[in-house]
Structures are given as structure tokens and as C-alpha cells.
Design a protein around this ligand. Structure first.
Ligand code: GRF
Length: 187
């Protein structure tokens, strides 16, 4: 049996990337085991996937990032978690928090970084008439969407593309890219 890295996924919303990571991590060959899900939103849809797959979860809904980090850190240390995946998590973590994790903190972003950091990426891509967009998995630093890139996937922008259609097509690629990036990190 492969000894798996103990991981936690942070979410704020829909949780489709969480679901793809849960599915991948059920394979015995996948390098991480998701031992905890943390949400900063009590109504996050993604929590239903934690429940469905019997993964322990916590909601820390304080808007104060220091309080959120303190509460998260307490349980993460208790569970000996050494790796964090952000999946649609809408807060910026401090360097003090990030440095606690031996195998670091990673994130998925729906653009070809360093282009289109931040929110509303698909709208900005279309407004600028870009020919392609995509998604990126990267290490997290205190600077928004700026850490070292692990893996990227390009998605061509189609004629008559809408924000919705681009979001859906990029998200489909995200679901494959995130597990692939994790396999790559621990290879
Ligand atoms: C994804 O597009 C992700 O790249 C971005 O937020 C979205 C989250 O989607 N950071 P989901 O919650 O995983 O469905």
C-alpha cells in the first residue's frame, strides 16, 4: 500500500473540483488522502460531497482571516495534515499560515496564469478577444494567483463563445488538471 499524504481541501462554493479530487483520491495509487474539508461558507454546495463520501468537514465562517486561520490550523495540526488544496476558496491566506505545511498549499485558477489573476477571468478573456484561455495549478504564496506554476492546460476560445460556455469548458479541464498536477508533485 502506498503511504498517502494527509490532505485537506478548502472550498467556498460549488465544489466540483473537490468532487474530482475526492474521486481521484479513492484510487489506491493516488498520492493523497483527503482527511478533511474546510469551508468558509456554511451553505457551500461542496459540503454535500464531503457528506456523501463521509469525509470530515468543518465550517469556519468568520470574515476575519486571522480567526479563520487560527481555527483551521488547530484542527489541521490535530489531524497531522501536511498538504492543502484550495478549490474555489475565495480568501487570501497569510504567509504565516502557509508555512505550516510541509507539502505546501496549492490552488487551481481558471486562466492561463500569469494572465487574468483574480476574479471574473472568463469575462475579461472574452472582452479582450483572446484566442485561448485555460486553467493553471500553482503553489500558493501570499500574493494572489502568483506562486510557481505546476501545470497548465490551454482551452481554445470558440466563435460565439459566452462566459457560461467558456466557464464550463475550462471547468471540465480543471477536473482533469488538478489530479494530474497532484500526481506530478508527488512523483
Ligand atoms: C474554479 O473555476 C476554480 O478554478 C476557481 O473557482 C472555481 C471553483 O469551482 N478558483 P468549483 O467550486 O470547484 O466548482
Amino acid at each position: 500500500m502506498v503511504k498517502k499524504i494527509k490532505a485537506c481541501v478548502f472550498i467556498s462554493g460549488n465544489g466540483s473540483n473537490l468532487l474530482s479530487l475526492i474521486k481521484s483520491s479513492r484510487s489506491y495509487k493516488f498520492p493523497i488522502k483527503i482527511e478533511l474539508v474546510i469551508s468558509n461558507k456554511k451553505n457551500a454546495n461542496g459540503l454535500k460531497f464531503a457528506k456523501k463520501y463521509s469525509i470530515p468537514y468543518k465550517v469556519f465562517s468568520s470574515n476575519n482571516i486571522k480567526i479563520f486561520e487560527r481555527k483551521s490550523l488547530f484542527i489541521l495540526k490535530k489531524k497531522k495534515i501536511t498538504f492543502i488544496c484550495l478549490a474555489g476558496f475565495m480568501k487570501i491566506l497569510s504567509q504565516n499560515f502557509i508555512k505550516n505545511f510541509k507539502y505546501k498549499v496549492i490552488n487551481i485558477h481558471p486562466s492561463l496564469l500569469p494572465k487574468y489573476k483574480g476574479i471574473n477571468t472568463h469575462k475579461r478573456v472574452l472582452d479582450n478577444n483572446e484566442k485561448c484561455s485555460g486553467c493553471t495549478v500553482h503553489f500558493v504564496t501570499q500574493k494572489l494567483d502568483s506562486g510557481k506554476i505546476i501545470l497548465q492546460k490551454k482551452v481554445l476560445v470558440k466563435k460565439n463563445e459566452t462566459e457560461k460556455s467558456l466557464r464550463e469548458r475550462v471547468l471540465k479541464e480543471e477536473h482533469k488538471l488538478y489530479p494530474e498536477a497532484i500526481r506530478l508533485i508527488f512523483k
